[in-house]
Design a protein around this ligand. Structure first.
Ligand code: 3HC
Length: 331
């Protein structure tokens, strides 16, 4: 199976003859579609790759609450406020599932949060852009959660059991997130000319950051080849990006909005939309920490952790106090 080198990303994968017996047996389980569970043998690099991806995915869920939280007090109706609150609460739950899935690999929650707060760990680039109008909340649900679904559905079938199972629950809730966002966009596009203009402005500002969200082009992807061999990544960055564009263009047309890409054109031969390239310099600057809101997002997370320290300490003290007698009784 691995006679040919899979050499699509910046990092090439090793062929079977370069693996030791344990790794070969592990790869054969992966190839047979067997789910890997936390207590199973796994190469250290597989474990580290999962900790990197799952913890950054969890960070994305938690930091992703901030742009939307900005509009809870300014939602146009009580109903929209309640829907937005429910969505933001869901994202917190997604973060918890994912932190728990990462913890099964031997990393602590404290370590993951320390890596986020120090800037060592990433979170999705998309959450470093500002939410300037209510239409941004619609665009985030429609486009960002729409892109997240595109990227997360395959993860329901990835090789690591806890991650795949967490994703199944997450994806059900993401569908509600995407629908409520699109519902906001429909209401704006059927509203006054000013409201439709607000929706178009949001699409203009969010389109390219969402296209970048799928990661760098395949030929610049550091981890894709190895993640594909381990069935962590079932589709490449560009494949999922293309699926997202193909799905979203008709939705924009239905709204009567135009996508800000001069190169966008249906290619009947390919059966897909041709589209332009994002500004990849912008992408790499944002993931280096130089996006419009990176500093603000991180400072908010660091402050929240500091402000909540007393509560976590009280919970730990309470648990220790109440567990001690039970432990003595059991002894
Ligand atoms: N934002 C930030 N960093 C990104 C990125 C993005 N959009 N895309 C890629 N990167 C980083 C990678 O993390 C990697 O850096 P690292 O080595 O320091 O981790 C580097 O760029 C090279 O990229 P690769 O393509 O080689 O990296 P991956 O193979 O990990 O692919 C990914 C990137 C597609 C994001 C993959 O990690 C993935 O599928 N992750 C799980 C899904 C996820 O995290 N989605 C984020 C959004 S969650 C969300 O939207 C919440 C929803 O409720 C709204």
């Amino acid at each position: 199976m691995y006679a040919q080198m899979v050499d699509t990303g910046a990092k090439r994968v090793r062929a079977a003859e370069e693996m030791d017996a344990d790794e070969r047996a592990f790869q054969e389980r992966i190839d047979r579609g067997v789910k890997i569970e936390p207590k199973d043998f796994m190469p250290e690099h597989y474990r580290k790759t999962l900790i990197r991806q799952i913890s950054q995915h969890a960070h994305s869920e938690i930091v992703g609450q901030l742009p939307e939280g900005n509009w809870v007090t300014r939602a146009p109706t009580l109903k929209r406020k309640a829907i937005l609150l429910a969505k933001i609460q869901d994202e917190a739950g997604h973060g918890l599932y994912l932190y728990s899935a990462a913890e099964t690999l031997g990393i602590s929650r404290d370590q993951m949060l320390a890596d986020l707060h120090s800037g060592k760990a990433k979170y999705s680039s998309i959450f470093n852009y500002p939410t300037l109008s209510w239409a941004d909340i619609g665009a985030i649900g429609w486009l960002v959660d729409g892109a997240a679904i595109m990227n997360q559905i395959p993860l329901c079938r990835c090789s690591f059991g806890p991650y795949a199972r967490a994703m199944t629950r997450v994806c059900k809730e993401e569908s509600f997130h995407q629908r409520q966002g699109y519902d906001i966009m429909i209401a704006l596009c059927r509203g006054t000319p000013e409201q439709k203009a607000m929706a178009q402005d949001a699409l203009n500002r969010w389109w390219w950051p969402v296209v970048m969200m799928f990661g760098p082009p395949d030929e610049q992807s550091v981890h894709s080849a190895q993640s594909a061999q381990w069935k962590i990544k079932l589709f490449s960055n560009d494949e999922l990006r293309q699926r997202f564009v193909d799905q979203t263009v008709p939705q924009a047309e239905y709204l009567g909005l135009s996508i800000p890409d001069q190169a966008l054109k249906w290619n009947a031969q390919r059966g897909h939309y041709d589209f332009g390239q994002p500004d990849w310099n912008e992408f790499f600057e944002v993931i280096k920490g130089n996006g419009p809101c990176n500093r603000d997002r991180l400072a908010t997370r660091v402050k929240a952790a500091a402000d909540g320290a007393w509560f976590r300490e009280a919970l730990v003290a309470h648990a220790a106090k109440h567990q001690a007698p039970q432990a003595q009784k059991a002894a």
